[in-house]
Design a protein around this ligand. Structure first.
Ligand code: GDP
Ligand code: MG
Length: 457
């Protein structure tokens, strides 16, 4: 164990939560304060992910006097908050996010997307910490810039403390209703079965030191095995993006291993495996140079865990949520191609073979997998007969229309976070195929249930 502790990679952290709880602001706050501290060179905003070196975390948490001997090299925080990056951080059905921050607005408590996030976290069995954000909104809050939360609390009036207690108790109760035990974070306490709540302000920075400390301490304490660096490349596609001057690029998270310029890679594509070579491995310039928009730093090689933008030809049909494979000198290309497509096949194979069910369409392999898992749960239990990735076209409507004669309610497309072409809408109208669209899984379910109940009446 001693040996492996010296060879840990950075934990990968996602930020989840309801809209407007302060997810983006929280990221800004962590980054911003480091820049103001004159360490601009130290932090590099990566693509799709921000890398916080351990030195910065040590600096930010020193007021906590926690004797921080961090063993991890840093923390890799995924920049695009929300479900999409979380669901795409996957590998063969299991999650690659080591730990998540679930942001809750202290004035609002649990909201619909908080609950959706909770369900995703439960489904993937991912540990998380609750950031109880916007404490500065408590009436009469005295600002203590970037202070540890205990210190900030001591400065508050009795009335503010009372408001805080009231909100906290309410929110703990709401979590209980979701079947989860939560408790105010205490760094000195073992809290095995309990999720930690860290009060924060993304505006004035109170509680941010606590959040950083708990993230790093908790991961390196409980996840040594998972965080032990491995040479074998483990890499997943987070986003497929067209960038002016670069063409179609993929933003990936390299969890383990090293990628090199010129490496031959295989990625799962909508129309089959994509075999190509890495033209460039890019990260943005360090923070202070970010104003030079659209410029990136080139790397010969990058070691995980890191977020990277890859340029290469032929990436147009790459699927987010799929793994990226490197073809080594001793590898058989055909085998690698098969492996790359195998993951998608295994997701496809989860659908009901009986031939009765709805059609499901999602934007990425990650969200498709999540949606299928959800539809399968006993409380939901909606059979699926067809699935597809990307925009809903006429042919998808045709496919769904097959059910019209057998079971009308299943002549339905559940479209998750994808577009529907006007022609497809028109055809669906003409044929009597229902299309439900949503970007929250639960909304799709509610719409469909409502529709079925209507039909029954
Ligand atoms: P997101 O949708 O979760 O990414 O939320 P944003 O980061 O965009 O924040 C939503 C709004 O809440 C913005 O107007 C922020 O300035 C504000 N906000 C975020 N965090 C805080 C906080 O800690 N305190 C206060 N007072 N406002 C906040
Ligand atoms: Mg945001």
């Amino acid at each position: 164990p001693k040996e492996s502790e010296d060879n840990l990679r950075s934990p990968i952290c996602c930020i989840m939560g309801h809209v407007d709880t302060g997810k983006t602001k929280l990221l800004d706050c962590i980054r911003g304060t480091n820049v103001q501290g004159g360490e601009a060179g130290g932090i590099t905003q990566q693509i799709g992910a921000t890398y916080f070196p351990a030195e910065n975390i040590r600096e930010r948490t020193k007021e906590l006097k926690a004797d921080v001997k961090l063993k991890v090299p840093g923390l890799l925080v995924i920049d695009t908050p929300g479900h999409e990056s979380f669901t795409n951080l996957r590998s063969r059905g299991s999650g690659l996010c080591d730990i998540a921050v679930l942001v809750v607005d202290i004035m609002h408590g649990l909201e619909p997307q908080t609950i959706e996030s909770l369900n995703l976290l439960k489904m993937r069995n991912t540990k998380f910490i609750v950031a109880l954000n916007k404490v500065d909104r408590l009436y009469g809050w005295k600002t203590c810039h970037n202070a540890p939360i205990e210190k900030a609390m001591k400065q508050q009036s009795r009335d503010v403390k009372k408001q805080f207690e009231t909100q906290l108790v309410q929110i703990i109760t709401q979590f209980k209703e979701q079947g989860l035990n939560t408790e105010l974070n205490n760094m000195d306490k073992e809290m095995r079965e309990t999720y930690r709540i860290v009060p924060t302000s993304a505006i004035s920075g109170e509680g941010i030191p606590d959040l950083l400390l708990v993230l790093t301490k908790l991961t390196e304490k409980t996840m040594v095995e998972n965080l032990t660096y491995r040479n074998e490349v483990q890499c997943t596609v987070l986003e497929v993006k067209v960038i002016e001057g670069l063409g179609t690029t993929i933003d990936v998270v390299l969890v383990n291993g090293v990628l090199h310029e010129g490496d031959q890679i295989v990625v799962c594509g909508i129309q089959g495996p994509i075999v190509t070579s890495i033209r460039a491995l890019l990260t943005p310039h360090p923070m202070n140079e970010l104003r030079v928009k659209g410029t990136y730093q080139n790397h010969r090689a990058i070691k995980g865990a890191q977020g990277i933008k890859i340029t290469a030809s032929g990436l147009e049909h790459a699927i987010a949520g799929a793994a990226l494979y490197v073809v080594g000198p001793h590898d058989d290309l055909e085998e690698v191609k098969e492996t790359a497509m195998g993951d998608m096949k295994s997701v496809l194979s989860r659908i009901d073979k009986s031939g009765e069910g709805v059609c499901v369409q999602a934007s990425t392999l990650g969200s498709l997998e999540t949606l299928l898992e959800f539809l399968k749960t006993p409380e939901v239990n909606i059979p699926v007969r067809g699935i597809s990735i990307g925009t809903v076209h006429k042919k998808d409507v045709m496919k769904a229309s097959v059910m019209l004669e057998k079971k009308k309610e299943f002549a339905t497309i559940l479209a998750f976070d994808v577009k529907v072409t006007p022609e497809a809408w028109k055809l669906a109208d003409d044929l009597g195929v229902k299309i439900f669209m949503a970007d929250i899984i639960y909304h799709l379910f509610d719409q469909f249930k409502g529709y079925i109940n209507n039909l029954k009446e």
